[in-house]
Design a protein around this ligand. Structure first.
Ligand code: PLP
Length: 535
């Protein structure tokens, strides 16, 4: 008999001989604590959180306060214990809004301030008000930009930024139509480079998607010794294998040597290997070198290889008609480009794009036609970007850049990168005029690589010094950096380059130059001297 009771509570299914628990009929349903905070409470909290964050940003942008508060992991845990919000979640207890705000404040206080002008540790640094607002807008909308259906504005804004960036990359004068292209925003430059591997491989071996790496020709790719390690990761991830990513020698400035490329190509062909990808770089990570794109594009064409330019770091120079002429000649001939606006353009992390010349190729290469998302018979189905990617959900990162581009316009973008170049030259000039510093190589891109000579090393020239002297000199940069971190004044990267026999040197990078001027450059060099003269 059908009673009200057995209509509401369906019979318990039996799985493997034991009744399966009906989760819709459990005690949890009787819980009375509301999980949704009242809108009023949330509004109050958000105002306080916004005030806290705006104070943090304005203090950082004005260069006040420290760049970092160096603490050990134990000290960080103790500091959070002191305010009653332990880092460990294992006590399982909740805390009230005041404690949440206190934890936010502590996290910012003990964290590193990438927004401070003297954070020069990485190729990404600070951002600006419009950037943060864009990031907040994306977070507030919490939209997944895989389909037009849920992200209509973000989807067309992404296409608009890709279209504009393709024009900039290919150097198309105003008024002329944009040449054929397509593109994507990705979670970072490493992903963008992975897309280059995937597209190039699909173009070379279209049945790779079905058959995998078995049975086809032996594929080999070429990049320089100074290529970013994401190329190696892409070779590992795609199943190409590290051994099949051939490292071409670089000259003393770090640019790929075309003669060595030709030698390595000949070796590969002699073994019946199939070259499918030439991976070049605009702005190498350490030295800031640009590969000779024009010559490389000829070689790529000759051998029917996909020609990719990784401009994750150097891409920003495309924005300046003057600078691009000096560094990017021939990059417009590439099949694809990686560009990270989250580096020299100061767009909030993450903001990276991959663009290529072949509309439809990304979908062919990566698509899987998931029927629950990309129904062909829904409205505006052709607008969906999601199936071009190797992700499912994705953040609408393009929108931050779109907002900044609208706010700045082309001319201000050009000045943005030109200012960073100006300061690069200014710094290099100061270094060359001082007996306390020696350039490792002439500055390239916005990278200034130099040694600082403590007083007792003033007489040596690191380019001709003995191995013993260099060993000692190499110990200085880490010590100076540690002192600067302890004082919290600045963070500047250093590293050795063993492949070129170079001991630890400073790599000062202008990842944009927000908040910096000539005087700040003087102060930075002065600060290295103050922290290191006695070593
Ligand atoms: C930073 C960088 C990458 C990697 O970009 P992520 O966004 O950090 O993944 C790739 N290539 C070059 C030349 C870079 O400088």
């Amino acid at each position: 008999m059908v009673t009200e009771e057995n209509v509401r509570v369906a019979p318990q299914p039996v799985v493997n001989g034991s009744p399966k628990v009906n989760i819709h009929n459990g005690a949890a349903l009787n819980a009375v604590t509301p999980v949704t905070r009242s809108v009023d409470t949330q509004e109050k909290f958000m105002h306080k959180a916004a005030d806290l964050l705006i104070d943090y940003l304005t203090e950082s942008w004005s260069g006040k306060g420290k760049v970092c508060e160096l603490r050990s992991p134990d000290e960080i845990r103790a500091a959070f214990d002191d305010i009653g919000v332990p880092i460990s979640l294992n006590d399982g207890k909740p805390c009230n809004d005041d404690k949440v705000l206190a934890a936010m404040e502590k996290a910012l206080e003990l964290g590193v301030r990438a927004q401070h002008p003297l954070f020069r540790n990485q190729l990404s640094a600070g951002t600006d008000d419009i950037g943060v607002a864009g990031e907040w807008l994306i977070g507030s909308s919490n939209i997944n930009s895989h389909t037009y259906e849920v992200g209509p504005v973000f989807t067309i804004a992404e296409r608009a930024v890709i279209d504009k960036s393709a024009r900039v990359w290919m150097d198309i004068p105003a008024g002329e139509p944009t040449p054929a292209h397509e593109g994507l925003f990705t979670p970072g430059g490493s992903f963008s480079n992975l897309y280059a591997f995937l597209c190039a491989r699909y173009k070379a071996v279209p049945d790779i998607k079905k058959k995998g790496m078995w049975g086809g020709p032996k594929l080999v790719a070429f990049c320089s010794e100074d290529t970013h390690y994401s190329a190696l990761k892409a070779a590992q991830t795609t199943g190409l294998g590290a051994d099949n990513l051939r490292k071409v020698k670089v000259d003393k400035c770090g640019s790929m040597m075309v003669a060595d490329l030709k030698t390595k190509l000949a070796e590969a062909l002699a073994q019946d290997e199939v070259p499918f990808l030439l991976f070049a770089t605009a702005g190498t990570t350490v030295l800031g070198a640009f590969d000779p794109f024009q010559e490389l594009s000829v070689v790529a064409k000759e051998h029917n290889m996909w020609f990719h330019v990784d401009a994750a770091w150097g891409g920003a120079v495309l924005l300046s008609p003057e600078l691009r002429k000096l560094t990017m000649k021939g990059a417009e001939l590439a099949d694809s480009l990686t560009w990270n606006p989250h580096k020299a353009m100061n767009v909030p992390l993450a903001c990276s794009m991959f663009i290529n010349r072949y509309p439809g190729l990304l979908r062919e290469t990566n698509g899987s036609n998931a029927t629950y998302l990309f129904q062909p018979d829904k409205l505006y189905a052709d607008q969906d970007i999601g199936d071009l990617t190797i992700q499912c959900g994705r953040k609408p990162d393009a929108f931050k850049l779109w907002l900044q581009w609208r706010a700045k316009g082309d001319a201000l973008w050009a000045r943005h990168i030109e200012h960073a170049y100006h300061l690069t030259r200014y710094m290099a000039d100061r270094i060359m005029k001082s007996d306390k510093f020696v350039m490792v190589i002439p500055s390239q891109c916005t990278n200034v690589c130099f040694w600082y000579l403590p007083t007792r090393f003033r007489h040596i020239n690191p380019h001709t010094a003995t191995e013993e002297e260099l060993k000692e000199l190499g110990r200085c940069a880490p010590k100076i950096k540690a002192r600067m971190q302890q004082a919290g004044k600045a963070m500047i990267g250093f590293q050795p380059l063993p492949s070129k026999g170079l001991v630890n040197f400073w790599r000062f990078v202008f990842a944009g130059a927000l908040g910096l001027n000539n005087q700040s450059v003087d102060e930075i060099l002065e600060s290295i001297d103050q922290n290191g003269h006695d070593l």
